[in-house]
Design a protein around this ligand. Structure first.
Ligand code: FES
Length: 69
């Protein structure tokens, strides 16, 4: 599964928003209308985003430190 079929939201779209906002995956997904109807996508979505966020952080672009601003 590569998207939430109920909401027609691709995991890539959720991943991008998680990267930008640094908010929890399920919170982001639900604000996009995903992962809250049949919930069949949740397991695959969490795995997909975890795998791709690890790739992202491994290239040294981790923005998990709190900002002073
Ligand atoms: S496939 Fe995502 S909520 Fe149904």
């Amino acid at each position: 599964m590569i998207k939430c079929h109920c909401a027609e939201v691709y995991f890539d779209q959720i991943l991008e928003e998680v990267r930008l906002s640094q908010r929890p995956v399920l919170e982001v997904a639900q604000t996009m209308g995903a992962a809250e109807t049949c919930t069949a996508c949740v397991k695959d979505m969490l795995q997909y985003i975890q795998d791709h966020l690890e790739e992202f952080t491994l290239v040294g672009n981790s923005a998990h430190q709190p900002s002073a601003f």
